[in-house]
Design a binder for this molecule. Structure first.
Ligand SMILES: Nc1ncnc2c1ncn2[C@@H]1O[C@H](COP(=O)(O)OP(=O)(O)OP(=O)(O)O)[C@@H](O)[C@H]1O
Ligand SMILES: [Mg+2]
Length: 261
């Protein structure tokens, strides 16, 4: 029989292992979600390259200063757009450990949108973003980005024939929480499924030919991340009409005195 102390030590070891495995799973889920965007991001790169090539040709063909200047301008902004995308993908793929930083939630939303905008457009989803406040919260930025990414990808997948996605950032009415609302006009969630959607491995999605979609880990991670930030997560849904997820995160202590709204 192992002694009490040995048992305690073993438990501590196992807890540590579970923690490690969770982190690894979180990282692979993270990479899988960028993977889901690979086709739209490649597409966008192609468009950028076409712009660069065409304007370079135009600049070479036309010798007048005005046309050349316009060509350089277009090439520059296409290049900047490409740089923003690669920086976005690279920083998203690289998790930042357990660090927490004070950040404006509107900035987190903007960072994620750089990566998903094209994907939404390609799937005929019209996006409306309403920044009604600038709540500063102390968060693990990579984790909150991942939560948003999971939810936006879910929303898009629920709108197979296109639709509308509304993203809102605001401060809660009582002034204590930052809120991000993600509303789609998709298929909605059946009442029976509502209780299960946050369970790990619950998914109603069949995997496609690339084996993509439907690990059922997306929302389980969202819940975990929000709980670890002492936040709250609410979902409302009507079949055939759409779904609304509301994330609430406590405002940073130093931010509550500041102009957050
Ligand atoms: N916006 C939404 N509209 C309709 N159903 C949703 C929405 N978000 C989540 N769901 C439902 O909740 C289930 C669980 O979502 P979750 O993100 O955890 O897993 P998944 O999307 O199926 O797989 P993964 O995220 O691993 O690719 C989904 O299969 C879907 O049935
Ligand atoms: Mg998902």
């Amino acid at each position: 029989m192992p002694s009490h102390e040995e048992t305690q030590q073993r438990i501590a070891e196992l807890e540590h292992q579970v923690e490690e495995l969770k982190n690894q799973l979180l990282q692979s889920q993270r990479l899988a979600s960028v993977g889901q965007l690979s086709s739209s991001i490649t597409h966008e790169f192609n468009n950028i390259l076409t712009t660069v090539i065409n304007y370079a040709k135009m600049g070479l063909r036309h010798k007048n200063d005005a046309t050349r200047e316009k060509s350089f301008d277009r090439i520059l902004s296409a290049g900047q757009r490409a740089a923003k995308l690669t920086t976005g993908v690279l920083s998203y793929a690289r998790a930042k450990g357990d660090r927490r930083d004070e950040i404006d939630l509107a900035e987190v939303v903007a960072d994620v949108l750089i990566l998903v905008e094209k994907d939404l457009q390609m799937n005929r989803v019209r996006l409306q973003t309403d920044i009604l406040g600038n709540p500063v919260c102390e968060v693990n930025i990579s984790h909150v980005q991942q939560v948003l990414m999971n939810m936006i990808v879910n929303a898009r997948q629920a709108m197979a024939d296109g639709g509308r996605l509304f993203l809102t950032v605001r401060v809660s009415e009582d002034g204590t929480m930052g809120e991000i609302v993600i509303r789609d006009t998709g298929a909605g969630i059946a009442a029976d499924d509502m209780r299960k959607i946050f369970e790990p491995f619950f998914s109603t999605k069949k995997s496609d030919e690339n084996g993509q979609g439907g690990t059922g880990l997306g929302l389980a991670f969202c819940r975990e991340v929000i709980e670890s930030h002492k936040g709250r997560l609410r979902v409302e849904s009507t079949i055939g009409q759409g779904t609304t997820f509301t994330l609430k995160l406590p405002l940073a202590v130093s931010a509550s005195g500041r102009k957050s709204a």
